[in-house]
Design a protein around this ligand. Structure first.
Ligand code: NDP
Length: 294
């Protein structure tokens, strides 16, 4: 058997087309142009690429973007000042501080300083708490991307055993919180999973992953997930992005797992494009909510 590949790029393009229409209608109705402000500190090459891609995606759907580039030596106080200015700006609806930040800056302090109403990454504790309670303001971009891929590929989540490998605050934990809810923005079929979360201390990882109807790998270790760890026919979603001598690879051993899985996302071209699309969705939501509150 060879797995059906889930084309994240095509799904993201479909979502961006929908968003382009929604943004145009929003601007027509309100004369407000949604705007995302990205903050980039230092010269990390991968971060520069991510920010550029996010800005281009904004342009494509009619969302304005600002880029605030700060040198690596920027102090925490200076960065917090900029966040305060962006919080106060009526032109800016969403704020994104690109991670990682230089080591002398406490990322938690900076992320906590973003106005929750402009926190389009959904990292603020206020937004995380809302997700946990099933009443989100924004959905976190990568977990939402995973949910969208499954939904738009007609892979039901309800009643299925989802195993998430990785418990980060950015991917693993919020994804688990979303999929275990009774309902979702995509309906109840995209939620109601039985969720198991694994991490570096999990014992006998492969015996757990083999139980998964849907296996999500969000670890950051190239080719960690091999065919013997996958139940035949399972849907395997590879969130990992690892730079290796072979180029970009995921956390899943693609050629090996492809022979066993029912569905599989490639890297690149899987979850990555969805993450950006969901950021655009959150920026539009932020603009609409702030406009309603005026
Ligand atoms: P983190 O490093 O924050 O978390 C990694 C998680 O994997 C941790 O919970 C860790 O466990 C767990 N882990 C590490 N080694 C093992 C192991 N051998 N077995 C089981 N679990 C293990 O990473 P992120 O969640 O931020 O990112 C994960 C991957 O996803 C990265 O490759 C990243 O680049 C990619 N990514 C991709 C995105 C996209 O848009 N496609 C967006 C965000 C991330 P413990 O907690 O015990 O340390």
């Amino acid at each position: 058997m060879s797995a059906e590949l889930l084309d994240g790029k095509a799904i993201a393009n479909e979502i961006k087309q929908e968003l382009g229409k929604e943004v145009a209608k929003f601007i027509e109705d309100t004369s407000v142009v949604p705007c995302l402000a990205a903050v980039l500190v230092g010269e990390d090459p991968a971060s520069q690429v991510y920010v550029r891609n996010k800005q281009r995606a904004c342009e494509r759907v009619g969302i304005d973007s600002q880029l605030h580039r700060l040198p690596a030596e920027t102090t925490q106080a200076e960065l917090l000042d900029l966040v305060d200015q962006l919080n106060a700006s009526s032109e800016v609806h969403g704020i994104l501080v690109q991670l990682p930040l230089p080591g002398h800056i406490d990322a938690t302090k900076v992320l906590d300083a973003i106005d929750p109403a402009k926190d389009v990454d959904a990292f603020h504790p206020d937004n995380v708490g809302r997700i946990a309670q099933g009443r989100p303001r924004f959905l976190p971009c990568t977990p939402h991307g995973v949910q969208q891929i499954l939904h738009r590929s007609n892979i039901p989540v309800s009643g299925q055993h989802v195993v998430v490998v990785g418990r980060s605050d950015i991917v693993g934990k919020p994804l688990a919180m979303m999929l275990v809810q009774r309902d979702s923005t995509l309906g109840s079929a995209a939620a109601n999973a039985t969720v198991t979360v694994c991490h570096s201390r999990s014992k006998e990882l492969s015996s757990i992953t083999r139980e998964a109807d849907i296996l999500v790998a969000a670890v950051g270790q190239p080719k960690l997930i091999t065919a013997d760890m996958v139940k035949p026919g399972a849907a395997v979603i590879d969130v990992g992005i690892n730079r290796t001598d072979e180029g970009l690879v995921g956390d899943v051993d693609f050629d090996d797992v492809r022979e066993v899985a029912g569905h599989l996302t490639p890297v690149p071209g899987g979850v990555g494009p969805l993450t950006i699309a969901m950021l655009l969705r959150n920026t539009l939501t932020a603009a609409a909510t702030q406009n309603d509150a005026r």
